[in-house]
Design a binder for this molecule. Structure first.
Ligand code: 8YV
Length: 314
């Protein structure tokens, strides 16, 4: 409608969020990709961008929108957005923290148990009627195990709370020890991996953590160790991981995120000792609705002159 602020959507959004946005804004859905000429025509009028955890909002795209006022990310991770470029222009970026902590922590524990107890493999075993030929191989005990968490933010802490109920010992690594966190701190992922049975990765993506979990970390985790990644595919050296899983350098892995989503290499899909999920960490109806509401509420706050609910720090 005339007079409504115009928004560029750089990611597919849920129908419920689209419906809500349409009542207040004029939407241009991924037109920068599908129709660059049409985008060039509307770019000077774009006042807001809606992205998600995976979408790219690079400096060049920001530069094409001189009237841009706000970028709202559907997701807690905003590694696809060039935040410094936005902030240089005085454009705030918002994300959706906190509302997805429980879901991502639940999935991390779920993948850990699934990988160690080989639940998907056991399911395939029963479906193939292999049980009639004899029992399945034994698996790895979870309760009482040693857990290492890479990243001790809000989700890392939610994972730790759950692990305590499994009587696990908890250690973590982060850029520095976190005040008020009672778990054992290790200064780097190699030292952490060497000290634990299960390593859960839940650190932000982006340049600062690219390839943090490399061949050295995997070899420190060792042949009885399991890697769980619910962060970003970029944090793990995926080729080194495939190698480690193939050669028994580690025992197994549970992965919700990958280097080049939605493409998962055949070499990884063919491995018997991995549990693979398609980036569903926050993917419950309840949480995705809460995330969508927060995206909407941040935009609404901005365009009605209220303080943003969840701006990303400079
Ligand atoms: C995605 C996520 O945003 O919150 C994040 O950082 O990775 C996810 O919740 C989700 O895939 C949206 O498409």
């Amino acid at each position: 409608k005339a007079g409504q602020p115009e928004l560029l959507l750089v990611a597919p959004l849920m129908p419920f969020l689209l419906d809500q946005l349409r009542q207040h804004y004029t939407l241009h859905d991924r037109i920068h990709v599908s129709d660059p000429a049409a985008f060039a025509a509307v770019a000077p009028r774009i006042r807001g961008v809606v992205a998600n955890g995976e979408a790219k909002v690079p400096r060049e795209l920001i530069a094409q929108m001189p009237a841009l006022e706000v970028i709202s990310v559907f997701g807690v991770g905003y590694d696809g957005v060039d935040v410094p470029a936005a902030h240089e222009r005085g454009v705030p970026v918002t994300n959706t923290p906190a509302v997805l902590n429980d879901d991502v922590a639940d999935l991390a524990i779920g993948l850990l148990i699934a990988a160690a107890r080989r639940i998907p493999q056991a399911d395939r075993f029963v479906r193939a009627n292999e049980w009639t030929h004899g029992p399945i191989a034994l698996s790895r005990k979870v309760t009482g195990g040693r857990l290492g968490i890479v990243g001790m933010g809000r989700i890392g802490q939610a994972i730790a709370e759950r692990a305590l109920a499994f009587k696990m010992s908890i250690a973590y690594t982060a850029r520095s020890p976190r005040a008020g966190i009672p778990y054992t701190y290790h200064p780097d992922p190699v030292a952490l991996a060497a000290a634990v049975d299960f390593l859960i990765v839940i650190t932000p993506g982006g340049a600062g953590t690219k390839g943090l979990i490399d061949a050295r970390v995997l070899s420190a985790l060792g042949p009885e160790g399991y890697l769980i990644n619910v962060a970003r595919g970029s944090v793990v050296d995926q080729d080194a991981l495939i190698d480690a899983l193939r050669h028994g350098t580690i025992a197994g892995a549970g992965l919700d995120v990958f280097a080049n989503e939605p493409n998962v290499p055949e070499a990884l899909r063919a491995l018997p000792n991995v549990v693979l999920t398609p980036h569903i960490g926050s993917g419950t109806r309840q949480t995705r609705e809460a995330m969508g509401q927060l995206v909407f509420d941040n935009l609404h706050a901005h365009f009605t002159g209220q303080p943003l609910l969840t701006p990303v720090d400079a």
